[in-house]
Design a protein around this ligand. Sequence first.
Ligand code: FPP
Length: 263
Amino acid sequence: MSDLTELAAQESDDERLVESLDRSRLPRHVAIIMDGNGRWARKRRLPRVAGHRAGVEAVRDTVETSARLGLEVLTLYAFSQENWKRPRTEVAILMELLKEYVRRELDTLLKNNIRFQVIGRMSDLADPVRKELTRGLEATAGCTGLLFNIALSYGGRAEIVDACRELLREGTPPEEVDETTFASRLYTAGLPDPDLLIRTSGEMRVSNFLLWQIAYAEIWVTPTLWPDFRKRDLVLAILDYQRRERRYGGLSHEKPSAALVRG
Ligand code: FPP
């Protein structure tokens, strides 16, 4: 088969998979731990940054597929607080890729009615990066389709600490602090919690990502390295999610009041 024939066959295969999704039971919020860029590069004897560069293609594809499927929120873990410990050159290139992404993709985001938002300690980022991101946030603020959340200088524990600080600063009386007030001080205030958490490259860890919000998320781990992740993988994850019974600690989805056991 020629490359083009193969590509067309792959595309119609992917479309068949998309059609087999139950559109009435899509996850509202999908969160992804993008992992394996370095390994992808190493397998090809390329520098690590080549893996990050290739990872941007996977980001584009995933954002576009999520918007097409009609997901409400997509959150991508792009840079953790721990990632500051990486070599300076790698950090600099990741920041460059982010700026480049916003610059290049802004028109596509706007055309597809996608709102762009950052979660994390944005104040840690250098001025030029913050400026480019802010341009993206402001330009897409009126978009009403997919919310594309990008986690930058993000740490789940830091987010919980920031929420506590906020409540204390406001002088909220302890008896007024419950799960709802607490969640409203998190970076994700107002958003549904992730229904589905995806991690690429096979690692079985949550890596300090959305610790509060993933309390009841369904977890799907794939051996696929992030730069190879495409529409097909996202759809397979959602199909698997749709086969699961979500119990929220109860005995069945339909009878939450019968909850006698946890987990
Ligand atoms: C994990 O792979 C990936 C990251 C720490 C960075 C993710 C960044 C991108 C995909 C590119 C920029 C993002 C956007 C949104 C434009 P790793 O380096 O930890 O891989 P390894 O575990 O194989 O070494």
